[in-house]
Design a protein around this ligand. Structure first.
Ligand SMILES: Cc1cc2nc3c(=O)[nH]c(=O)nc-3n(C[C@H](O)[C@H](O)[C@H](O)COP(=O)(O)O)c2cc1C
Length: 185
């Protein structure tokens, strides 16, 4: 089977981010035929149609192009005040603009990690709704919410919780199946 390209996006800019650690763990258990790239939202400016009219800034263009080129997209995001971080929403807003809105028709998998006991379930539901707006095709199940994240990663950000690893293995199987069904270019 030819290789598939998957891009990963973390909704956290924090160097010690549990969500980025979760994304990086998932990237290590993707099948061998996957070409994986992590896209950064760190340098994306606040959305402004005046800036857009002058041309997409470099960080925005790289983000848009990375999504457009992908067969599938994984977004791993914290929940901030019951929704997604503004920085992630801002990046998605940039990606949604014409020509060729980047997320449209793309298979997307969502995951979240939180230091709280709900694992970011409310934020992830909001992200699902935003993905609806940008016409992404989000995998419904299985769902992954990594609660009490501080107990599941070590001080170096390595995932240590076996139950979570087992769930993620099943998640990746389902996600690759989803991408194969929907995302093959
Ligand atoms: C501004 C802010 C708001 C937060 N709101 C929530 C929240 O609504 N629900 C939740 O479970 N955790 C919330 N948290 C805690 C985050 O789950 C925790 O900081 C987590 O480690 C952030 O993800 P990261 O480690 O990937 O940066 C909030 C954190 C911040 C900084």
């Amino acid at each position: 089977m030819s290789s598939l390209s998957i891009v990963g996006i973390s909704g956290s800019l924090r160097s010690g981010s549990f969500n980025t650690s979760l994304l990086r763990y998932v990237s290590t258990i993707l099948p061998e035929n996957v070409q994986y790239t992590e896209l950064s939202i760190a340098d994306i400016p606040l959305y402004n149609a005046d800036i857009q009219a002058e041309g997409y800034p470099e960080a925005v263009a790289a983000f848009r192009d990375g999504i457009a080129a992908a067969d599938g997209i994984l977004i791993v995001s914290p929940e901030y005040n019951y929704t997604i971080p503004g920085s992630l929403k801002n990046a998605i807003d940039w990606a949604s603009r014409p020509p060729a809105p980047s997320f449209s028709g793309k298979p997307v998998g969502l995951l979240s990690a939180s230091t709280g006991i709900f694992g970011g379930v409310r934020g992830q539901a909001q992200l699902r709704y935003i993905m609806f707006a940008v016409n992404a095709i989000v995998m419904n199940r299985p769902e992954i919410y990594v609660a009490s994240a501080a107990q599941k990663f070590d001080a170096d950000g390595i995932l240590t919780d076996q139950t979570t690893k087992d769930l993620l293995a099943k998640y990746v199987d389902s996600f690759m199946d989803w991408v194969n069904r929907i995302g093959r270019k």
